[in-house]
Ligand binder design. Structure first.
Ligand SMILES: Nc1nc2c(ncn2[C@@H]2O[C@H](COP(=O)(O)OP(=O)(O)OP(=O)(O)O)[C@@H](O)[C@H]2O)c(=O)[nH]1
Ligand SMILES: [Mg+2]
Length: 294
């Protein structure tokens, strides 16, 4: 038996959470086209033939500007330093930019402290034709002493099984740390809050996605029904109006979409109530961050 932890790191939007979900065949981490979607470390356990892989999805590495972001980057760096193996995700649709160089600096620093297998995962190959992919692979290949380079599409699943096989080959020998049923460390409460936040991210733009948070006030299971009450935190009155929308339409859409997804994942009926609260500068407030699990 083989067992090990694998940190999934990279800049925002490269598809780390999409890859986690793909490898688990389950939607555990929320995904969006807005940067800095993932704010915490998320465990996903892959039960493979003769191996168990503890995947750790992390927030995108970036230059932090708020306390929230400093904690996000710290989480990613700590995970990078602790894991047995690293997946460094890069976007195959473009040549390396400043954000990718920042990621490489973090990766090299972690490898210097503790050498480990490091796999370059070039994601989103579904968007690139083969002719354009080769120079991108060659450029990245020269930038670090990668153990392996694996191009994939987390979205379509292309080459993802090869990534699993390559990963297993580099895992340490050992018994799995999780029982057969364990897929994630995310509680239903956290999953519910995250699903609401994902729907909010889809419905908002500019600075609003960065300054939104969702807190579960009540989560009561009554047989086959869950009664959930949640607060959406925003930083300004003007943002509150936008989140609610004209005649409450936007919040209603968010609530409906989140409820449908929760019912599917939890397999029970959900009664969901949403409130919007203004909490000025919550991203700088340590107490609020701890309350939110950040
Ligand atoms: N076409 C294509 N799109 C992808 C692929 N993987 C991810 N995406 C899209 O890229 C966007 C970002 O995906 P995420 O999985 O949220 O990215 P992330 O790296 O987790 O981002 P952060 O959590 O912000 O650090 C989403 O719109 C995804 O649908 C892929 O293989 N192909
Ligand atoms: Mg993510």
């Amino acid at each position: 038996m083989k067992f090990g932890t694998v940190a999934i790191v990279g800049r925002s939007n490269v598809g780390k959470s999409t890859l986690l979900n793909r490898l688990l065949n389950e939607k555990i981490a929320i995904v969006s086209d807005k940067p800095q979607t993932t704010r915490t470390r998320i465990l996903g356990v892959v039960h493979a033939e003769g191996a168990q892989i503890a995947l750790l999805d992390t927030p995108g590495l970036h230059k932090p500007q708020h306390l929230l972001n400093r904690r996000m980057v710290r989480t990613a760096v700590e995970t990078l330093e602790e894991a047995d193996l690293l997946f460094v995700l890069m976007d195959a649709t473009s040549l390396p930019g400043p954000g990718d160089l920042l990621v490489l600096d973090h990766v090299k620093a972690a490898l210097k402290k503790q050498p480990r297998p490091v796999i370059l995962v070039l994601n989103k190959v579904d968007l690139v034709n083969k002719m354009k992919l080769l120079p991108v692979i060659e450029t990245y290949a020269r930038m670090c002493a990668w153990t392996e380079v694996v191009p994939v599409s987390a979205q379509t699943g292309d080459n993802v099984q090869r990534l699993v096989a390559v990963t297993v080959s580099y895992l340490p020998e050992g018994e799995g740390a999780y029982d057969d049923e364990t897929v994630t460390d995310q509680t239903m409460r956290t999953l519910a809050a995250e699903m609401i936040r994902e729907k909010l991210l889809r419905q908002t733009r500019e600075e609003i996605p960065y300054s939104l948070a969702v807190e579960i006030d009540e989560f009561v299971e009554e047989g086959t029904l869950a009664r959930i009450s949640a607060s959406v935190l925003v930083e300004r009155e003007s943002h509150k109006a936008i989140v609610i929308g004209k005649h409450g339409e936007r919040l209603k859409t968010v609530g409906t979409e989140a409820r449908i997804e929760m019912e599917r994942l939890f397999g029970i009926k959900v009664f969901l109530q949403l409130w919007v609260k203004v909490r000025e500068a919550w991203r700088e407030d340590e107490h609020v961050l701890i309350e939110l699990g950040y």
